[in-house]
Design a protein. Structure first.
Length: 260
């Protein structure tokens, strides 16, 4: 399932609850969660939530949320769970790769962790490296934003070795004709129920684009040769105007038509 963290201090919900703690959701906007009443009060007074609380899940934003978004949110939750746990027996090191990152905390020696992760990553096959790039996006989309830019972020590691325009494939020897790039995947991952996902979609998009991702790359014919901009603007996808603006500023062509 999607990883939930405290919007103030970044504490992981599952870990906190397993230790007897409680998590609290903002009763008004229901968009953010906290590990304590103290964190909730701190975020309200000095963290900026007071200024945006009444603007979340209301008005135009609420009207734009519909059943397709709920289905996509459920799909993303399933993908996150699979990205963390579904590894074949001969690829258990992949799970360790993510575990090193997930065990990192603010203030840790992230450079040392990054070195361990790179040593692991270099030993993976070309296909498995590509798999981890896509899984990195899935795991990071709802993670605490500040952790996306540390040296041991799994996406940062993966982009050192994998072409950011690689097409997704079900196996190393088979293509189903429905492949798409990491930027296509990212375009589908915003959630109206996760403030972090909207922030992180932009951050991850910047990282992909800076690594050379093509904003006009086309998916394979099985996905109608759509571009990331097509996906980001699709009615079934949660609209994140900041992400769409990023694509346009990076050269995405708004006049390109998918092939139906």
């Amino acid at each position: 399932m999607v990883q939930v963290t405290c919007h103030c201090c970044g504490k992981d919900k599952d870990e906190h609850v397993s230790q007897g703690g409680k998590f609290y959701q903002c009763s008004q906007c229901k968009s953010v969660s906290y590990c304590s009443k103290e964190c909730q009060l701190k975020d309200w007074k000095s963290g900026g939530h007071k200024a945006i609380c009444q603007k979340l899940n209301v008005g135009d934003a609420k009207q734009a949320t519909h059943s397709d978004h709920l289905r996509m949110a459920a799909k993303i939750q399933s993908m996150v769970d699979g990205a963390l746990n579904d590894f074949p027996p001969d690829f258990s090191e992949g799970k360790m790769f993510f575990k090193l990152f997930l065990n990192s905390k603010p203030g840790d020696d992230h450079m040392a962790t990054a070195k361990k992760m790179q040593n692991l990553f270099r030993g993976f096959s070309k296909f498995n490296k590509q798999v981890l790039l896509f899984r990195s996006l899935t795991i990071l989309i709802n993670y605490h934003p500040e952790m996306l830019e540390i040296p041991c972020s799994p996406l940062t590691i993966a982009l050192k070795y994998v072409d950011p325009n690689v097409l997704s494939r079900p196996s190393s020897t088979y293509s189903d004709g429905g492949g798409s790039t990491p930027l296509h995947w990212l375009a589908e991952m915003a959630s109206p129920y996760s403030e972090y996902s909207l922030i992180n979609q932009v951050t991850l998009g910047i990282q992909l684009l800076e690594a050379g991702a093509n904003p006009n790359a086309k998916a394979e014919a099985g996905l109608d040769k759509v571009t990331p901009l097509h996906r980001a603007c699709h009615s079934a996808i949660t609209t994140n105007l900041d992400f769409i603006e990023l694509l346009l500023k990076s050269g995405a062509n708004p006049s390109t038509y998918p092939i139906f």
